[in-house]
Design a protein around this ligand. Structure first.
Ligand code: ZN
Length: 299
């Protein structure tokens, strides 16, 4: 499905890539008289070029800044198409992960046509928060601690009350905390609720409001409870996932993420620090096994 651009409030747009499954992330496009600010790019060359076209259709002014909400390639691989004119900004730990992982995501999805991709790393990083004046708007970049990854950045527009939380929030798709933290993401969702956003452009899936924060928290609390029971029963995460009744969460896309989320929840139950490194390759292999084959990625 082709991406679509939605105007949320004057000058604030969501570039949404249906259906929001694996590697089909959303971007934010802020337009104003001084230029444009882009929040996240896309995974493949083809999808990054479609984003570039949509940005150009909204504004002929220069792209001043590209803000990456975290390191994952679906949100960052298209940076290079904008890096000639724009300054790329991310959390310092996201920048470190981009340097460490490079194009490794392509190895997880060998069937995807990636096209030409270059890793274009941030030129400006921050640790806790940063204020930005771009597209004629007050823009706040906030890092609250480990959540979806160790280096998440949420983009908050205090005057418009629009929140771009990156992959701390999924909409219609299963949350994914294998590289981050169950408990950390639950705390982050509480912190995001305190901002009192009116509109939320999630990392993946349809735009919504604060109810998205509750939906993600409900899922993660369920995962935490399931993991506690699984640890008590001596079940391995994959075994537990196979025997679990997904209930209302069965309708979310990419339900195989449950296995990765349980692996993270088990690590936390045994005292691992939030976002402590885990073997992502082997966790992904278990997700493939749960799914009965490689999951579909429409990037
Ligand atoms: Zn992500």
């Amino acid at each position: 499905m082709l991406p679509k651009t939605e105007e949320i409030i004057e000058g604030v747009h969501a570039h949404v890539q249906p259906d929001g499954g694996w590697c089909l992330n959303n971007s934010g496009i802020l337009t104003g008289s001084s230029g444009t600010v882009l929040i996240d790019t896309a995974a493949t060359e083809r999808r990054s070029r479609m984003l570039h076209e949509n940005v150009r259709a909204l504004s002929s002014g220069p792209v001043e800044f590209v803000v990456n909400t975290h390191s994952h390639g679906d949100h960052t691989f298209g940076n290079y198409l904008f890096a000639g004119e724009a300054t790329v900004i991310a959390h310092e730990m996201a920048a470190a992960e981009m340097a460490e992982h490079g194009l490794a995501l392509q190895g997880l999805w060998p069937a995807v046509e990636w096209g030409h991709i270059e890793v274009s790393r941030p030129r400006i990083t921050f640790s806790d928060r940063m204020s930005l004046e771009g597209a004629g708007m007050r823009i706040q970049l906030l890092h609250f601690g480990p959540g979806h990854t160790v280096g998440d950045c949420v983009v908050w527009l205090p005057d418009q009350r629009v929140l771009f939380p990156g992959d701390l929030v999924f909409s219609g798709a299963t949350p994914f905390v294998l590289m981050g933290s169950v408990s950390g993401t639950l705390r982050r969702l509480d912190q995001l609720r305190r901002l009192e956003p009116l509109h939320i452009v999630p990392g993946h899936g349809p735009v919504g409001g604060p109810e998205l924060l509750d939906a993600n928290a409900d899922y993660l609390r369920w995962v935490r409870g399931l993991a506690r029971a699984g640890v008590a029963d001596g079940l391995a995460p994959l075994e537990l996932a196979r025997s679990a009744d997904l209930g209302v969460f069965a309708r979310l896309l990419d339900s195989e993420r449950l296995v990765g989320n349980l692996i993270r929840a088990y690590a936390e139950e045994s005292g691992a620090a939030p976002a402590a490194p885990l073997d992502v390759q082997s966790a992904f292999a278990e997700m493939v096994s749960f799914n009965g084959g490689h999951p579909h990625c429409a990037a």
